[in-house]
Design a protein around this ligand. Structure first.
Ligand code: PGA
Length: 239
């Protein structure tokens, strides 16, 4: 695990976009694993401006997102597919994108076919991750065991509390989601994890310095050969 600490969130976004750009330039038909949340938003803005500037062509890129809420009506502004369209896909020429379908009738089957689609596309070249205040990656919440493949998961109360800022009231935050599993994430050929702000400092500390345990799902990343972590000073404060 290589850890870089930057002075500002803007520098994290520029460095992260540079890594993603290098991946796409090196392999124009890359399969990218993408993430939602506040953390990657400026990175996506940087990618959009590289695309507009003629530097980056996404036409052969395929992407798979980490997760999607279960139970939000189609087109809900806070669904992760809406987020991704608004913050990235509507502004670049992405070849294709996929998210798990949280309104599928058979959720178990949806998990299996999502996993299979990633495999059929040759696996993920570069997976972008944030980290939850509780150490989750995707919606793999702290628990007794690491999940393996894409799964139906119940959000931890700490995640519901963290995500209520996007909804009118806490009752509207979905309680369940479909998420790539820890195994799905670990199979990516390379991983780029970003964390910003002091609210993430404890989770970052546990990921890097604590025991590898399913109680801190991100800690498993220390077992992956190609993980880059980019932090701003506030998120690195406890290291
Ligand atoms: P955030 O979420 O980027 O909105 O902080 C990260 C996460 O929960 O994984």
């Amino acid at each position: 695990m290589v850890v870089h600490v930057f002075d500002t969130p803007a520098q994290v976004a520029q460095a992260a976009a540079a890594v993603i750009a290098a991946q796409v330039l090196q392999k124009p038909d890359s399969v990218l694993g993408l993430a939602t949340g506040s953390t990657p938003m400026d990175t996506y803005r940087e990618l959009i401006s590289l695309h507009r500037g003629g530097v980056l062509d996404f036409s052969r890129v395929k992407s798979y997102n980490l997760d999607e809420y279960v139970g939000l009506p189609a087109g809900h502004p806070e669904s992760y597919v809406s987020f991704m369209k608004r913050n990235l896909f509507d502004h670049i020429n992405i070849g294709s994108y996929s998210l798990p379908d949280g309104s599928a009738r058979d959720l178990q089957r949806e998990c299996e076919s999502y996993e299979q689609a990633i495999r059929d596309d040759g696996g993920i070249d570069l997976q972008l991750l944030g980290i939850g205040n509780n150490g989750h990656i995707g919606f793999n919440e702290p628990g007794k065991a690491f999940t393996y493949s894409t799964n139906l998961t119940t959000l931890a109360q700490s995640t519901i509390d963290a995500n209520k800022r996007f909804f009118d009231s806490i009752d509207q935050v979905p309680r369940q989601a479909l998420s790539m599993g820890i195994g799905t994430i670990m199979e990516a050929r390379s991983i780029l994890l970003l964390a910003l702000g002091e609210a993430k400092a404890q989770a970052v500390y546990q990921m890097i310095r604590g025991p590898i345990t399913p109680r801190v799902p991100a800690s498993i990343l220390r077992g992956h050969a190609r993980v880059t972590v980019m932090l701003d000073k506030a998120a690195a404060a406890r290291l």
